[in-house]
Design a protein around this ligand. Structure first.
Ligand code: GKR
Ligand code: MG
Length: 439
């Protein structure tokens, strides 16, 4: 296989030697959309969340879409790679991967500084960058041959992909801002009220609580209150490694029979393995197993029983299918992680979830927190907590150009260039310390 950078010139409707249209233009548009004051172990979401929208254009009327992180350092590397796609056949994604690897897969590649998005680390820059372009190329491929993206991943094994309600402790409003429709959630009653709203609105059939905000016993009270209110729905809690091994073991013992899994109670493969030794439920992660080379040690130590995939940092949809196969081989369960995202990411997650027989858990999504704002014309919707799998060509979502322009205008106006939950929290609580373990 050649790993040469593409050299064909970018002409409208240009064709590769295979006779297929080649890429003539790649557009990357940073956007910002309102984000509620969601609390987590490292601080609070700022009033704006950032994303970057990727358009890969073949000049024949077909445009493939991707959505990824919008932090300034990620935009820099996306923009370094974008011109290299011009002249490339969008069906040759493995070639594209080698191009990206060659440019970014080295120690000298520009460093990215991303907020607490999960799956971080400089060695993953190439995978994060490739992913956004891979999804756009798969969207193009699907449109070109008239098949949905899940058909390019092995075909769908389900007609709807279940997602879980993702609850957050939160303030009623950003300081100086307006209240949002969810209101405050700072105790068990607030969390149960939030869950009721989400379950009523979206029909979710499982619930995840973002923990690591209050002392574990307070968060356990919230879990018990959720169990009382929703006796049959599977529950999870994720304190993002804010607990010591001893605290995690105690919490696991006290939530025996209450949780379908316990997500990232403590930091690192060794710590998680120590918790797993005594925990009665599976441990899940999007923090200590975030790349293929973490898997052997995780399996050997028995650190986790469920891996949360995320195509944004595992290297795209096909790499995520590969991850699912490895998990199956080693008897690990598979679930799906999310960060603040819009409808292109939701579509990509849905196509992936549709094609993974191994997905035995409802996926995470931040969609309810985006309060109806989107960058696509007709976002996929939730029916009884699951997204019906699109059967139209490609990802099945179309860019809303007016919305893109508006959200880009937000980006230019609001001034945030990278996620900084800790810095934002410290503006109001200067002593806030995100050091782990806190409890
Ligand atoms: O949105 O605050 C958040 C989450 O805490 C997110 O940053 C995490 O990456 O949802 C993620 C998780 O499951 O850890
Ligand atoms: Mg997590």
């Amino acid at each position: 296989m050649t790993t040469d950078f593409p050299t064909e010139s970018g002409l409208a409707g240009a064709q590769s030697p295979s006779g297929r249209a080649t890429i003539i233009d790649v557009r990357i548009t940073p956007i910002a959309f309102p984000d509620p004051p969601l609390l987590n172990a490292v601080g609070c979401h700022e009033p704006w969340a950032l994303r970057a929208i990727v358009e890969v254009d073949c000049g024949d009327g077909l445009v493939g879409l991707g959505e990824t992180y919008g932090d300034a350092s990620h935009l820099t590397v996306l923009r370094m790679v974008a011109p290299l796609l011009v002249g490339l056949d969008p069906f040759r994604t493995e070639h594209l991967r080698s191009v990206v690897d060659r440019l970014l897969g080295t120690a000298e590649a520009p460093a990215e500084k991303l907020g607490p998005a999960g799956g971080m680390g400089p060695e993953k820059t190439a995978l994060r960058v490739f992913s956004a372009f891979e999804v756009a190329c798969l969207d193009l491929q699907g449109q070109a041959i008239g098949r949905p993206v899940h058909d390019l991943l092995g075909g769908r094994v389900r007609d709807e992909v279940p997602f879980s309600a993702y609850l957050f402790y939160k303030w009623a409003r950003h300081p100086g801002g307006d209240a949002d429709r969810y209101g405050a959630a700072l105790d068990p009653d607030g969390i149960v009220a939030q869950a009721r709203t989400m379950v009523r609105t979206y029909g979710f059939q499982s619930i995840k609580l973002k923990g690591g905000v209050f002392a574990p016993d307070e968060e356990l009270d919230a879990i018990r209150a959720l169990r009382a209110e929703f006796p049959t729905l599977p529950l999870r809690i994720d304190p993002n490694a804010a607990w010591s091994v001893a605290t995690s073991r105690r919490v696991a013992a006290e939530t025996q029979g209450l949780l379908e899994y316990l997500e990232d109670p403590t930091e690192g493969l060794a710590g998680m393995a120590a918790v797993a030794e005594t925990a009665g439920m599976p441990l899940a992660t999007n923090m200590c197993v975030v790349s293929f080379d973490h898997l052997p040690e995780a399996v050997e130590r028995g650190s986790v029983q469920v891996v949360l995939s995320d195509h944004h940092y595992w290297g795209g949809l096909r790499q995520s299918v590969r991850l699912a196969g490895i998990c199956e081989t080693w008897g690990l369960g598979l679930s799906m992680h999310s960060n603040s995202h819009l409808g292109i990411s939701l579509a990509a997650m849905t196509h992936l979830g549709a094609a993974l027989p191994q997905m035995a858990y409802a996926a995470d999504t931040h969609t309810p927190w985006q309060l109806g704002v989107d960058v696509v014309e007709h976002p996929l919707t939730f029916v009884n907590g699951a997204v019906p799998v699109p059967t139209s060509p490609g990802l099945g979502v179309r860019l809303d150009r007016d919305a893109l322009a508006r959200l880009h205008e937000n980006y230019l106006r609001q001034g945030i260039t990278g996620r900084d939950d800790t810095g934002y929290m410290r503006r109001f609580h200067p002593d806030f310390d995100p050091a782990k373990p806190r409890w």
